[in-house]
Design a protein around this ligand. Structure first.
Ligand SMILES: *Cc1c(COP(=O)(O)O)cnc(C)c1O
Length: 376
């Protein structure tokens, strides 16, 4: 076994094995099956939504949700610049134009005041805005309290990218329950994994029904496979749903482990000037990734210095997402930018946050951080 300490490795064990084996032995190795139905029901319940459709990735869930808002050629979709590329790619798949908005420096989440300004200017230009897509950054919910009324007043639907946020909450309401629909991801490094998968959740049962239909090649209920429009092959398999169900049983425990790790980091860095934890005040976060932000002038060192020191001990760290407006794939895109995302990209560092880290690994990790700080 590798001694490398990863950022967020999958956390799977005997429970996952037993769920998968049971599903396999039940004869439902076909794409559809009872595990899939149950997994959808359980995730809908967990996110406080009425309906869900399990799909092959979080990106696929976003794509389908955007299609359901009418995103397409000639429309714009507002997305944060600070995000994983999937958010912006899903917009491109529909033919709509992504327009980027900068973030709140405290949380890394979409800057709601800027969204307001952008909606005003888009409407003044008579552009049709299909949707606003906030991202629950690193498992901390966007500021839905301000964002939802603003978008409702503008008549623009919100599609939440909750890919990182299963199990998180905002003022007591679960991540996934905000906006018209929300996309979840079960990729290998997310808070729970199906080794690859996602889900779209919503209170709008018709929306989910239509997305389920689009996710199965838009196949009409006829024995000869009738198709009157273009669909997608986006369905999650029954076996992977079984894996997801086992992971869901363990979600609260896994969040607790990640939270304890974040508390260790908070203690470690408390005495270090110029270092803060991103979204530290958010008690509802699922603590998917713990991210520090370093002010190099105050601290006397940079995020890159610490990354190098940890890398020397085979400990993985990573900068926060490189903002979309800096990505060659989105060169020339429009946006409303303040520099906040660029500063987080320059000074932020995601630290190992996985729930499968052993006590020995956590000791090795925190010892190495302490050694770095002591030498400053
Ligand atoms: C992981 C992630 C996605 C995409 O999920 P996949 O399941 O990998 O397609 C989308 N948005 C954000 C913010 C993510 O972190």
């Amino acid at each position: 076994m590798s001694t490398r300490i990863h950022l967020s490795a999958p956390d799977v064990g005997p429970l996952e094995e037993s769920y998968l084996t049971r599903a396999l032995r039940s004869g439902w190795a076909a794409p559809a099956g009872p595990e899939l139905d149950e997994f959808e029901r359980e995730v809908a319940e967990r996110t406080g939504t009425r309906a869900a459709v399990a799909v092959s990735s979080g990106t696929a869930a976003l794509h389908l949700a955007l299609l359901s808002t009418g995103a397409g050629p000639g429309t714009v979709v507002v997305v944060p610049s600070l995000t994983f590329v999937a958010t912006a790619n899903a917009v491109r798949y529909t033919g709509a134009e992504p327009v980027f908005v900068d973030c709140d420096p405290e949380t890394g989440n979409i800057d709601v005041a800027l969204v307001g300004d952008l909606l005003d200017s888009m409407r003044a230009q008579r552009r049709r805005i299909a949707a606003v897509v906030p991202v629950d950054m690193f498992g901390c919910c966007a500021d839905y309290t301000s964002l939802l009324p603003l978008c409702a007043a503008a008549g623009v639907p919100v599609v939440a990218d909750a890919a990182e946020a299963l199990g998180a909450s905002h003022h007591g309401r679960p991540a996934g329950s905000f906006g018209r629909a929300a996309a979840l991801s079960f990729n290998g490094n997310k808070i729970i994994t199906t080794s690859g998968g996602g889900m779209l959740v919503s209170d709008d049962v018709d929306l989910i029904r239509r997305c389920r239909y689009l996710s199965t090649q838009a196949r009409q209920p006829a024995v000869h496979y009738e198709h009157s429009e273009t669909g997608y092959n986006y369905r999650l398999s029954n076996l992977l749903a079984a894996l997801g169900r086992a992971q869901l049983r363990r979600l609260d425990g896994m969040i607790a482990r990640r939270r304890r790790l974040r508390e260790r980091y908070a203690k470690l860095f408390a005495a270090a000037p110029g270092v803060r934890l991103l979204a530290e005040g958010d008690a509802g976060a699922n603590c998917w990734l713990s991210v520090i932000v370093v002010d190099p002038v105050q601290a006397g060192w940079t995020a890159q210095d610490l990354a190098r020191h940890l890398g020397g001990a085979d400990i993985e760290t990573r900068p926060v997402w490189k903002p979309m407006h800096l990505q060659p794939a989105f060169a020339g895109s429009r946006g409303l930018l303040t520099g906040a995302a660029e500063r987080l990209f320059a000074h932020g560092l995601a630290l190992p946050s996985g729930s499968s880290l052993t006590e020995d690994q956590i000791d090795r990790l925190t010892g190495r951080v302490k050694q770095f700080l002591d030498r400053r």
